[in-house]
Design a protein around this ligand. Structure first.
Ligand code: ADP
Length: 457
């Protein structure tokens, strides 16, 4: 689920990077192109206006030349100048908008009027009436030229301003593109980095999952071998004893003895199953515990009393701090810790020997130590023994029954209360198992006087 989510995030991130860059490039190119078109169009339009103004000036001169000398060359020159103006006006109409079209129409109308007046004036000049010709020129021709020039000039000025503003807009767009391009690419780069980080995380999560699967498969193998060995032994016992009881003629005391053996094996099986279930529940965080004040000394004393009944070769000595602060914990789980440690101390001292249980407190934590004088633990195994199914395989331990579940259970319970457990040992001379529970902050006592101690054996 988690990895699926990571790949989806990574693909979305990658798509976002590509989309971001594509959108930026398309928008920037579109805006720049539109503005460049506007600049070109408005510059050509302004150029056509300039051309029209120049054509008017040229036509004016050609007209005067024609009036002074009504020769066919001057007439041709005047017509050429007139054509140049008509072409420039046609360009204005074609390049410009509606206003330019209307203006072009007005100019052409004025130009047509000029032609009519000019023809009349040529007739008057030809008849030798120079005074009338001068009057016509002054009041009609000049007026028409002035009107055309004035209208074209004011429109040309507007078009020039428009062309400049289009150019300024293009310049500002290119500036923005220059500023935004690195920003967009930086964002894209950051997104790419994020994508690659996500993929790395995905990769790490996958490797972790593989490692966990490997570990689980190893545990499964160990579990199968432990179960096949540890379950088979009591089951063989139960099977054998029950067959004897079924097939043989037994006296009542013999019957009792066999029933006792069957009961012992059945209890061993029950304990094994309950240990496995306990550890599974603890490791998966499903263990529910009650939290009440617990007197560790009492729990230790009860466990010792119980074990003394069956461990005659192992004198159990108690050294208990009478001012030991109470723990806030589940009494059954704390009893399980003490029982597992005490049972190991006895079990792994096959030649007998005293077992000492000690409680102490420094005001911040409560410590229980269980010391035995048994076979001890090799230094390199001191950590490993707290792992599931970890059993030290030596000639001495071979004949000692065990599942490798007792200490992992102890560690899980201790960790539940944020405490710690560790072992020290002198191989061949015995081991000490230490359990430390932290006390809640409000029960921390500062100067702790040396506690009165009770010793019992
Ligand atoms: P087991 O059921 O095998 O006793 P534990 O988890 O309680 O499982 O202990 C794991 C291993 O640690 C044991 O198999 C034993 O080899 C070693 N061990 C535990 N306690 C002691 C001890 N007091 N002295 C020597 N070895 C010990």
């Amino acid at each position: 689920m988690k990895t699926n989510h990571a790949t989806r995030v990574a693909s979305l991130g990658l798509a976002a990077v590509v989309a971001c860059l594509a959108v930026f490039s398309i928008v920037a190119a579109y805006v720049a192109r539109t503005q460049a078109d506007r600049v070109l169009r408005s510059e050509s339009l302004a150029g056509s206006y300039e051309g029209a103004l120049a054509a008017i000036a040229a036509e004016q001169i050609a007209e005067l030349n024609y009036l002074f000398d009504l020769s066919p060359e001057h007439l041709r020159e005047r017509d050429l100048a007139g054509n140049a103006l008509t072409e420039a006006i046609a360009d204005i109409a074609a390049l410009g908008g509606r206003e330019d079209e209307a203006l072009a129409k007005d100019i052409l109308a004025l130009h047509d009027r000029f032609f009519i007046v000019s023809e009349r004036m040529a007739g008057v000049v030809a008849s030798g009436d120079i005074g009338t010709a001068r009057l016509i020129h002054e009041y009609s021709v000049d007026t028409i030229f002035q009107a055309m020039t004035a209208r074209l000039e004011s429109a040309a000025e507007i078009r020039r301003a428009e062309s400049q503003s289009a150019l300024a807009a293009l310049q500002s767009t290119s500036q923005w593109v220059l500023i935004l391009a690195p920003v967009v690419f930086a964002i894209g780069f950051v997104l790419l980095l994020a994508v690659s980080r996500t993929l790395e995380q995905y990769d790490r999560a996958r490797s972790k999952a593989f490692r966990e699967i490997e570990k689980l498969s190893k545990l499964r193998g160990e579990f199968v071998s432990i179960v096949s060995h540890e379950f088979r032994t009591p089951l063989t016992g139960i099977q054998g004893f029950s067959e004897v009881m079924r097939d043989e003629e037994l006296t009542i005391p013999e019957m009792r003895e066999y029933a006792g053996d069957i009961n012992k094996d059945a209890r061993r099986l029950a304990r094994l199953i309950s240990d496995m279930l306990d550890l599974d529940r603890m490791e998966s965080g499903l263990m529910t515990v009650s939290v009440v004040p617990v007197d560790l000394n009492r729990v230790v004393a009860d466990a010792a009393a119980q074990f003394r009944l069956s461990a005659a070769r192992h004198p159990i000595e108690l050294d208990l701090d009478q001012r030991l602060p109470t723990l806030i914990a589940d009494p059954d789980r704390i009893a399980q810790v003490v029982t597992n440690l005490l049972s190991n101390a006895i079990k792994y001292s096959p030649s007998g020997g005293a077992v000492e249980l000690r409680t102490t407190s420094d005001g911040r934590s409560v410590t229980l130590t269980v010391r035995d004088h048994g076979i001890g633990i090799p230094t390199e195994q001191l950590e490993k023994i707290f792992e599931r199914y970890a059993r030290i395989a030596t000639a001495e331990t071979q004949s000692i029954q065990g599942t490798g579940l007792g200490l992992p259970i102890v560690r899980q319970i201790v960790q539940l209360y944020e405490g710690k457990v560790w072992a020290t040992s002198q191989p061949g001379a015995g081991s000490v198992l230490h359990v430390q529970f932290p006390l809640p902050a409000d029960s921390v006592q500062r100067a702790v006087p040396p506690p009165p101690r009770v010793r019992a054996a």
